[in-house]
Design a protein around this ligand. Structure first.
Ligand SMILES: Cc1cc2nc3c(=O)[nH]c(=O)nc-3n(C[C@H](O)[C@H](O)[C@H](O)COP(=O)(O)OP(=O)(O)OC[C@H]3O[C@@H](n4cnc5c(N)ncnc54)[C@H](O)[C@@H]3O)c2cc1C
Ligand code: SF4
Length: 332
């Protein structure tokens, strides 16, 4: 592990003043919250910051549900959010995404803010034995293109990076139009989650729109009738403790047996949490018959591109959408 200075600021203003920036390997200072991702990256020398700024005790962990919707303090743990009765009842897709993530031990320690900023599970990014990784070392190339890429993205890729965003929670949240409360030295701002993660393009080493010194303070989800009838389907190589090969977050409003309103987002297939508005529009008016759902789900494949080992995801994501819609629609 590369030596670093651990800063324990007294308040959030002092923490912001260090100018830490998550999601960039060239940032000299980084935050640490639950540490479940950051400590691994430090141990493997993937991250070598000069300063680590602890957020422990500085951000709120409240979970508030009211007429406006849901607000999650960034320090709320994955376990706390997943077990909150109002989240389970009114936002089941969020609770399910969390309970399908990691292990109970990790969920007890990991924060929701840290979850949205966890780094990709691309094996070439996480192993410094490979030289070529534009995300870890800008300009070095991409070992996954032409390498082993079964886990990689088919949507939103570039010639510089095809890594997926690994967060299950982000997929559920983006389906529900969540927004991020960002606090920085210059004040506060709100960023729609759909605009929070950047596509890799020519700069895959810059993963979010956060500026130096900014933190995620909270996540908000607006009230919407679709949230109650929602479901998270995760397809993975083993039944527990595994990241998504493909996942689908679906939220529906029904009029009898017909879909009146739909929200659909995909995980495991995009370089960021991937919302599919054409699928949502095509689902309106459909019944829950899989044959009626399939043409709408097929629209998710527009622009999808396999890279050798991951082409199977293009069919699998359509099937995942159909199954998730059936399950969500059948909910009372
Ligand atoms: C064995 C294992 C299995 C896992 N499986 C899954 C899975 O199936 N699905 C899934 O979604 N996740 C999974 N994870 C990832 C896990 O969810 C994340 O490690 C965790 O959510 C990160 O939260 P943390 O508080 O520990 O963040 P940290 O590790 O402390 O930080 C992560 C990143 O976020 C930054 N950061 C943290 N909080 C803030 C903030 N408030 N503002 C700005 N920057 C911040 C840090 O600087 C760092 O870059 C797994 C992790 C492990 C170890
Ligand atoms: S896919 Fe992205 S993270 Fe993986 S090796 Fe290529 S540049 Fe690095």
């Amino acid at each position: 592990m590369h030596p670093f200075t651990l800063e324990r600021p007294r308040d959030i203003a002092a923490a912001l003043a260090f100018g830490a920036q998550p999601g960039r390997n060239d940032a000299p200072a980084e935050y640490i919250a639950g540490g479940t991702d950051m400590v691994q990256l430090l141990q493997e020398n993937v991250r070598r910051p000069e300063r680590l700024v602890s957020l422990a005790g500085l951000l709120d962990n409240r979970i508030d549900v009211g007429p406006q919707g849901l607000r999650l303090g960034a320090a709320a743990t994955m376990a706390e959010v997943a077990a909150h009765p109002a989240v389970v009842e009114q936002f089941p897709v969020i609770a399910e995404a969390l309970l399908n993530s990691a292990s109970p031990q990790v969920r007890n320690q990991a924060t929701t803010g840290g979850n949205l900023l966890q780094r990709t599970r691309c094996p070439y990014f996480r192993d410094i034995g490979y030289d070529a990784c534009n995300k870890r070392a800008p300009g070095s190339g991409c070992a996954a293109i032409g390498g082993e890429n079964r886990w990689h993205a088919v949507l939103g890729t570039s010639e510089n990076c095809i890594a997926t965003n690994p967060s299950d929670l982000a997929v559920a949240l983006v389906a529900l139009d969540a927004a991020i409360e960002v606090h920085g030295t210059g004040g506060q701002r709100t960023v729609p989650l759909a605009d929070f993660h950047r596509l890799p393009g020519a700069t895959p080493h810059i993963e979010t729109v956060l500026e130096p010194g900014e933190v995620i303070a909270a996540i908000t989800v607006p009230a919407n009738p679709v949230a109650r009838r929602s479901h998270y389907l995760k397809v993975r190589d083993r039944a527990s403790f595994e990241f998504a090969i493909v996942s689908a977050a679906v939220a529906l409003e029904m009029d009898g047996n017909r879909i009146q309103q739909a929200r659909v987002a995909l995980g495991g297939v995009g370089t960021k949490p991937w919302r599919v508005p054409p699928v949502e529009a095509a689902l309106v008016g459909a019944s829950l018959d899989p044959a009626a759902l399939r043409p709408a789900a097929a629209l998710a494949a527009a622009g999808a591109q396999g890279h050798g080992h991951n082409g199977f995801k293009i069919e699998l994501m359509q099937r995942a959408i159909v199954r998730a819609v059936e399950t969500a629609g059948a909910r009372a």
